[in-house]
Design a protein around this ligand. Sequence first.
Ligand SMILES: [Zn+2]
Length: 259
Amino acid sequence: MPAPRTYRCEGLTLRKSTLGEADLLITFFTKEQGKVRAVAKGARRSTSKLVGHLEPLTQGRFSMSTGKSLDYINQVQIINSFSEIKSDLAGVTKGLYVAELVDGFGAEANANPALFNLAVDTLQAIQNSPESEWPLRFFEIHLLAVSGLMPELYRCVECNQDLSPGEHRFSPSLGGTLCSNCLPENTYIRPLSLPALKVLRLIHRGPIAELMPLNVDDHLAEELKSLTGGIVSYWLEREIRSKSFLDQMQRETRGQVYT
Ligand SMILES: [Zn+2]
C-alpha cells in the first residue's frame, strides 16, 4: 500500500455527519478539486484542534492526507466562519440552502472554481443583508450559468426567433424562453411576465451589488422565486429540503424582502 500523501486545498464546508465514536464525516467544496468527502479523526472530542472548525458554512484552508477510500482532514485554518450568518435564523437558513445546492450541483473530482467563488460571494452578500432575497436569486441563476445550464433569456428555444415584448413563456426542460407561436407538446410551459424576464436578464448580467438596491413588488418577487427555484429543482430532480424549510419560515414570518 502506498504511503499516505499530504496535500492542501481551500474549501467551504457543506455538511457534517457523525462517524464511529469520535469522528466526523465532512462534505466540503474545494476550489482545487470540487466536492470532497473526508474523515476528521477524533473531531468530536473536546480536546481536538478541529473542534469548531468544521461547522457547515466555514471557509478554510485544509491540510489533508490521502486514505484508502476516504481522505483525512488533519488541520483547518479558518478564512471566514460567516459567524454573523450563523447567528441569524434568516441568514443561516439561506446559507444552508446555498450549501445544499453546491452539494447537489458540485461534483467530486471535478474542479469548478467559479462555483466555489460564487458560493463564497453569495454567503458574503447574505451576511451583509440577511433579510434580502436577492443573494439567493443571484445565486440560483449564476449556479445554473457556472454549471453549464444557463437558460436562454433572449430567443425562443424552439424557433430561435428574438422574443417580442409581452409574448414569451418559459420551459425549464426545453432550457429557456419560448415565443407565443411555439407550442411544443408534452412539455411543461409556464407563463413569464415581461418584468420577470427583464429582472432575470439583469441578474444574469450582474454584479450582485447592482441588484441589491432594486425594489420589486410582492407579486414579481413570488414569480421570480418560483421561477428560479423551479429551474434549479428541475435540474436537481429532487426536493430541496432546506428550501422547503425556508418557504415555511417565510410564510410564518413576514414574507419576502427584496430591498
Ligand atoms: Zn418560437
